[in-house]
Ligand binder design. Structure first.
Ligand SMILES: Nc1ncnc2c1ncn2[C@@H]1O[C@H](COP(=O)(O)OP(=O)(O)O)[C@@H](O)[C@H]1O
Ligand SMILES: [Mg+2]
Length: 276
C-alpha cells in the first residue's frame, strides 16, 4: 500500500499574543484506500490537525513539520506549498466535510451553482454535461428531487440535507482522500446514522482514503481501519482499530474504551462499531 499522505512531526503553533504550541508532533502514513480515525476529547487538537492537512490554517495559526500529499502533479508538502498549489490540491486531491455544513456552503448562491463550480473547474465540464453531473451528484447523496434542490438556497433545506450537499461538494472533483471532521455531530440524532452510512458508502465505492474525526469512539471504530488517539494536542496512541479496542496500550486509551463500553450498556443500539 503506497502512502497517499505522510505526516512527519506535524504541529500547529499559535503565534499571536502568548505564543504556544497547540498541536505537537503528529506523525503517520495513510495508505491508498485506508481509513484512519482521529479520536480525542474536545480541545485535543483534532480539528487543527485536519485544517493543517488541508492547508487551511491562517495567521495567527501556523503549521510546522511536514504533511506530504501524493497528488497527480507530484508530491505536495501542504505546510510549505504556495496558495496556488494548495488551491489545486484542495478539492481535486483532498475533499473535506466539516461539523457545520455551512462552513463549506455559500448562503447566497443556489446549491446547483455551488456544486457546478468544482465540476467545471476541476473536471472541465460545460453545458448539458455539467448540468447532468450536478443533478447526478445530488441524486448520488440521496437527496430527493435533485432539480428542486439545485434551484434552492441553503436556508431552504434541512440540516441533514445541507450536510448531504456538503458531501456532494467535497466529492465533486473526485478526491482520493476525504477528511470528515465530526460530520454528524451537529445533526439531529434522527439523521446522523443516514449521513454516516452515506459517507461510508461513498468512501467504499470510490475506494477513497478517509480521515474520520470524532469524539465518539464507537462511531469511529465502525468506519475505520486504524485509530489515532489525541489528547492535549499530542498523539497518544496509533493502532489498528481492533487492537485499540481490545488491547489499548495507553492508559488514556483504556479510559476512553472503557467509558464507551459503559455507555453501551445504557445505549444498546450504539455498539455496532465497538463489536467489530
Ligand atoms: N484560532 C485559534 N486560536 C487559538 N487557539 C485555538 C484556535 N483554534 C483552536 N485553538 C485551541 O487549540 C486547541 C485544539 O483545538 P481543536 O483542534 O479545535 O480541538 P478539537 O477539534 O479536538 O476539539 C484547543 O485548546 C483550542 O482552544
Ligand atoms: Mg474539532
Amino acid at each position: 500500500m503506497s502512502a497517499l499522505l505522510t505526516l512527519d512531526g506535524l504541529g500547529v503553533r499559535f503565534e499571536g499574543a502568548e505564543p504556544r504550541t497547540l498541536v505537537h508532533d503528529v506523525s503517520f502514513d495513510l495508505g491508498e484506500g485506508e481509513r484512519l480515525g482521529i479520536i480525542g476529547e474536545s480541545g485535543s487538537g483534532k480539528s487543527l490537525t485536519a485544517l493543517a492537512i488541508l492547508g487551511l490554517l491562517a495567521h495567527p495559526l501556523r503549521a510546522r513539520g511536514r504533511a506530504v500529499l501524493s497528488a497527480s502533479g507530484g508530491d505536495v508538502d501542504v505546510v510549505t506549498a504556495s496558495q496556488r498549489r494548495l488551491d489545486r490540491v484542495r478539492g481535486s486531491a483532498v475533499g473535506a466535510v466539516f461539523q457545520e455544513p455551512l462552513a463549506s456552503l455559500d448562503p447566497l448562491m443556489r446549491i446547483g451553482k455551488q456544486l457546478a463550480w468544482p465540476f467545471a473547474h476541476h473536471r472541465g465540464l460545460r453545458g448539458d454535461a455539467l448540468r447532468r453531473a450536478v443533478l447526478d451528484a445530488l441524486a448520488d447523496v440521496q437527496l430527493p428531487h435533485p432539480e428542486r434542490i439545485a434551484r434552492a438556497y441553503i436556508h431552504e433545506i434541512s440540516g441533514g440535507q445541507r450536510q448531504r450537499v456538503a458531501i456532494a461538494l467535497a466529492l465533486a472533483a473526485g478526491p482520493r482522500l476525504l477528511i470528515a471532521d465530526e460530520p454528524t455531530t451537529a445533526l439531529d440524532v434522527t439523521v446522523q446514522a443516514g449521513v454516516l452510512a452515506l459517507l461510508q458508502r461513498e468512501v467504499e465505492e470510490r475506494g477513497m482514503s478517509l480521515i474520520f474525526i470524532s469524539h465518539d469512539l464507537p462511531v469511529v471504530a465502525g468506519i475505520t481501519d486504524r485509530v489515532l488517539v489525541m489528547r492535549d494536542g499530542r498523539q497518544v496512541e496509533l493502532a489498528g482499530t481492533t487492537t485499540l479496542l481490545t488491547a489499548p496500550a495507553a492508559d488514556y486509551t483504556r479510559t476512553l474504551v472503557s467509558a464507551s463500553r459503559e455507555l453501551e450498556a445504557f445505549l444498546p443500539d450504539r455498539g455496532e462499531g465497538a463489536r467489530r
